[in-house]
Design a protein around this ligand. Structure first.
Ligand SMILES: Nc1nc2c(ncn2[C@@H]2O[C@H](COP(=O)(O)OP(=O)(O)O)[C@@H](O)[C@H]2O)c(=O)[nH]1
Ligand SMILES: [Mg+2]
Length: 442
């Protein structure tokens, strides 16, 4: 749809969370905001001034009393005229208020449509728009901070700077193309090579920071597995700081997977306690073990729990999973040290809490998280793929320094890949995919 047609329709949605709340907000954006404000509140409030008013429906009946806030285009979230009506946050009041907006000429907004308009109006680029959703969905403090960093444009600025340097290098290369090979100044050649090396190094760093950030977006799935009674459920409870899973001395207590979200150093972790693996004829326990195997397949990190000093009884663990051997019940075996093996090993006691901090560090390290002090970006898979593609093209450019035409072409492809991140170059279906996942009212 052309930009004009999109912005002409006025959209409305309940912007606050569903359910009851002290205050609920209905948000309206588009060219008909003034007329809708007049219909509901009598007249359009002065921009950026909270005004207490009575909200009325078309027949003049009072719906609620609350605050109206008007943001005149272009100084608003969407870049269009925006009106926010803050009323009492009950679902019935909010629905009536929304219905009155529709009566007055608005249509219901699609998920993410406000942010999509902000993107179309040039208020946010694509990476920033995604960061809005990521901030709302953030599952830990660190995730929220990283999303905010992207929203403020830090990630986009890093991309833009790479794109600008690529543009310069391309211009330099195009200029060289105009000369026959033998006349090429070797100074120019060296200059191009060293510029490319600089861009590649910075792109690599950005990739590392983004890949770290993707852990924050998706969280780390940590599955606790092992034989019955080694203390898996006790370990989950210890790590969660709450009695979540049932603990008994009876083998086979845990039948179903128990999931518990926790945070380690601000990183979101989904802990999964599972039914112990052993041969059993109990049908429920066998179903539980099938679930364990399924959880193991999707684990980022597997905690293979063993009993300190007992002979290991663990087989069945997937070979390719990142695994930490956790020797539990150290309190029963003072002085125990784990046998050498290929996996990192940690000695703990779920009972006393000994070794828990070491285990937490080991989990983060196993998942690829390193607190480098470098700020990370809450990147999405889409960003990582684009960065990876750009890296490949720059690598190819590096191999084609004897043929400037191919060199220039690889630079162009790398630039295109980076442009997709901020949305300089985007396909419509990608926009639909990105904004369709937002919640309504955002
Ligand atoms: N002494 C000691 N006992 C533990 C420890 N961890 C768990 N237990 C006990 O071991 C038994 C089995 O624990 P549970 O967490 O249910 O094991 P699971 O079957 O692997 O989930 C319970 O009686 C726990 O109290 C530990 O670190 N030290
Ligand atoms: Mg258990």
């Amino acid at each position: 749809m052309p930009k004009d047609e999109v912005s002409r329709e006025t959209i409305a949605a309940i912007a606050s969370a569903p359910g009851r709340g002290g205050i609920g907000v209905v948000r309206i954006s588009g060219s008909q905001v003034a007329q809708i404000a007049a219909a509901l509140t009598g007249r359009l409030p002065a921009p950026r001034h909270a005004k207490l008013c009575v909200f009325r429906d078309r027949s003049g009946r009072q719906i609620d009393e609350g605050i109206a806030l008007y943001f005149a285009a272009p100084r608003s979230y969407t870049g269009e005229d925006v009106l926010e009506l803050q009323g009492h946050g009950g679902p019935v009041v909010m629905q009536m208020l929304l219905a009155a907006c529709v009566e007055a000429g608005a249509r219901l907004a699609e998920p993410g449509e406000f942010t999509q308009r902000a993107f179309l109006e040039g208020k946010l680029d694509l990476a920033q728009s995604e960061a809005v959703a990521d901030l709302i969905d953030a599952a830990s403090r660190e995730a929220a901070r990283s999303a905010l960093r992207s929203l403020s444009g830090e990630f986009s600025a890093a991309i833009h700077s790479l794109v600008a340097r690529l543009t310069e290098l391309r211009a330099l290369t195009e200029a060289m193309l105009d000369f026959p090979e033998e006349d090429l100044d070797s100074l120019h050649r060296d200059d191009a090579s060293s510029r490319l090396a600089g861009i590649r190094a910075d792109l690599d760093l950005l990739f590392v920071r983004s890949r770290q950030g993707s852990l924050l977006a998706t969280g780390i799935q940590v599955v606790i597995a092992g034989a019955p009674n080694v203390g898996k459920s006790s370990l989950l409870n210890r790590l969660a700081g709450a009695e979540r899973a049932i603990v008994t001395p009876i083998a086979g207590t845990t039948r179903d997977a128990v999931r518990e979200p926790i945070e380690i150093a601000g990183v979101p972790i989904m802990l999964v306690d599972t039914a112990g693996l052993r041969s059993s004829t109990d049908e429920i326990e066998r179903i539980g073990m099938d679930r364990t195997r399924k959880e193991l397949r999707s684990a980022d990190v597997v905690l293979a729990v063993l009993e300190a000093g007992e002979s290991p009884t663990l087989h069945e663990l997937p070979r390719d999973a990142v695994r930490i051997d956790v020797y539990n019940k150290a309190d029963l075996r003072p002085g125990f040290s784990p046998p050498r093996c290929e996996h990192p090993a940690v000695v703990v006691s779920a009972k006393t809490g000994a070794g828990l901090e070491v285990l937490k560090d080991a989990i983060l390290r196993a998942a690829g998280w390193t607190s480098t002090g470098e700020s990370v970006f809450l990147a999405r898979e889409r960003h990582l793929q684009a960065l990876e593609r750009a890296r490949r093209h720059l690598g190819a450019a590096n191999d084609r320094r004897e043929n400037w035409e191919l060199f220039a072409e690889e630079l162009r492809l790398a630039q295109t890949a980076l442009g997709e991140i901020t949305g300089v170059i985007t396909a419509d279906d990608l926009l639909g995919e990105i904004f369709g996942r937002f919640c309504i009212g955002k």
